[in-house]
Design a protein around this ligand. Structure first.
Ligand SMILES: Nc1ncnc2c1ncn2[C@@H]1O[C@H](COP(=O)(O)OP(=O)(O)O)[C@@H](O)[C@H]1O
Ligand SMILES: [Mg+2]
Length: 447
């Protein structure tokens, strides 16, 4: 018996719960300062927050990172600090891992691998990843979930409600209710590795004709709802290419763009977590796409709205823009509101309108991509009354902002217009709907 090991994990999980509390506490302090109009020492609070969160990661990290993308839900320094937090989860020791594997795969679990590394190769937000080898010699990645993560996620969601409640009390620019529902659904889904396995199969299907994007293959026989075994993909962090020649960085950006936007524009599916740990670059500059814990399937008309809005902005067609926002579920659109939303859309779509190689946005700093524009739009929204962004908006927006930041980090000079035209070539909502249904069915997912 290794009770001590359990105790230690228990201690770590308790610490983890305390961190979740710390985020809420700091947010409360921030909101109180805001309400009273006293200046807040943002930098100092951000430091405190970082110290509290230091070395930990979990569902709370995802909540915090997404909060950081809602303009002014958190002060700029908080947002910056949160975005920088590195994955370093408390790890399960070998005796505990063995017990978990036995529980998931049965007494003979060890006979089902040729080798299994005792030390985790990487931290995961709800567990950890071990390297192993299959009986056929295939290198494997084994993602093992901590026990009792469901209650950790529910605790995080309660914290999220506290933070959003405070946000509502001092700021009426954005009604976050739909955002909250979207976050809750995705966070709960992330607990289910069997669903993640099907999402991985969906991505292999959608990207089958993209030789420069690789997706791991699930090993069904060695997977459960809490254990995901897949092929190991060897790669290097994207940012280790920061000093590589221009054409190398451009190629990486192109491959990353296709990894995200071929599934979105052809199938209406987005990978909602463009975090740097969720992809790696191969020696041939192909992209390994990982982590299918946050996948969003959109109604086809929503993607139609994305294309309509692109055309509306390109042609200065106000009515088409209104139609696009309405097809996304925005209601009660005044002229001013449409013009304000168009500022944000113009920021995101701008690089796709110029038929020439360029930085994604020369005026932006990589870590703050979009922040200043978002603040400006947000200030206008505060005057115009609350707008309720449709829930589909959350991860689409997050992908655009996340990837934009990475393109800037890489200093990629790419003809984004051409890239986008290639991806949307022959776009048709009905055809997308058919492709989506076929892809979901092939992956064992039904709507
Ligand atoms: N198939 C794989 N091949 C190689 N490394 C992997 C693989 N899957 C995951 N990893 C490593 O494990 C880390 C955590 O896995 P990930 O699926 O991102 O977990 P989480 O959903 O908790 O973020 C990744 O950042 C990566 O370093
Ligand atoms: Mg990940």
């Amino acid at each position: 018996m290794t009770l001590r090991d359990d105790d230690r994990l228990g201690g770590r999980l308790a610490r983890y719960a305390k961190v979740t509390g710390a985020v809420g506490g700091l947010a409360a302090q921030f909101a109180a300062n805001r309400l009273l109009g006293t200046p807040l020492d943002e930098a100092r609070h951000a430091e405190a927050l970082k110290a509290a969160l230091g070395g930990l990661k979990g569902p709370v990290m995802k909540v915090a990172q997404i909060l950081a993308t809602i303009p002014e839900a958190l002060p700029a320094d908080y947002a910056r600090e949160l975005a920088q937090l590195q994955a370093n989860a408390p790890s399960m020791g070998w005796p505990f891992v063995k017990r978990r594997l036995r529980a998931e795969l049965g007494e003979d679990w060890r006979d089902r691998f040729a080798s299994f590394e005792e030390t985790a190769a990487a931290a995961a937000s709800l567990g950890q990843v071990h390297r192993a080898t299959g009986l056929d010699g295939q290198p494997l990645a084994v993602k093992l979930q901590y026990p009792d993560m469901a209650s950790a996620v529910e605790a995080d969601l309660r914290q999220l409600d506290v933070i959003l409640g405070l946000y509502r009390a001092y700021d009426r620019a954005i009604d976050p209710s739909a955002i909250r529902e979207e976050l809750a659904d995705r966070l709960r889904e992330e607990l289910d590795y069997a669903l993640e396995a099907r999402h991985m199969a969906l991505y292999r299907h959608m990207l089958a004709d993209e030789p420069m994007v690789q997706v791991p293959a699930v090993v069904e026989a060695l997977s459960t709802r809490r254990l995901l075994t897949m092929s190991w993909l060897e790669g290097r962090p994207l940012l280790s290419f920061k000093d590589a020649p221009q054409d190398v960085r451009d190629q990486l950006a192109i491959n990353l763009f296709r990894a995200w936007y071929v599934p979105f524009h052809r199938y209406g599916v987005i990978h909602g977590d463009p975090h740097l740990g969720n992809y790696a670059a191969r020696d041939d500059l192909g992209i390994n796409l990982l982590d299918f814990g946050c996948v969003r399937v959109f109604p086809p008309r929503f993607v139609g709205g994305v294309i309509d809005l692109y055309r509306a902005l390109r042609d200065g067609d106000f009515d088409l823009a209104v139609h696009a926002y309405e097809s996304w579920g925005f209601a009660n659109l005044s002229r001013e509101l449409v013009e304000t939303l168009n500022i944000w859309a113009g920021f995101l779509y701008g690089p796709l309108m110029e038929d020439a190689p360029r930085l994604i946005n020369a005026a932006e700093k990589p870590g703050d991509y979009g922040r200043e524009q978002a603040a400006r739009v947000h200030a206008r929204l505060r005057e115009l009354g609350p707008v309720t962004p449709p829930r589909e908006f959350v991860f689409m927006d997050r992908a655009a902002i996340g990837l934009g930041g990475v393109f800037l980090h890489l200093g990629a000079r790419v003809n984004w217009y051409r890239l986008f035209q290639d991806v949307i070539d022959g776009f048709d909502v009905a055809a997308l709907a058919d492709r989506q249904t076929a892809a979901l069915t092939a992956a064992g997912l039904t709507k």
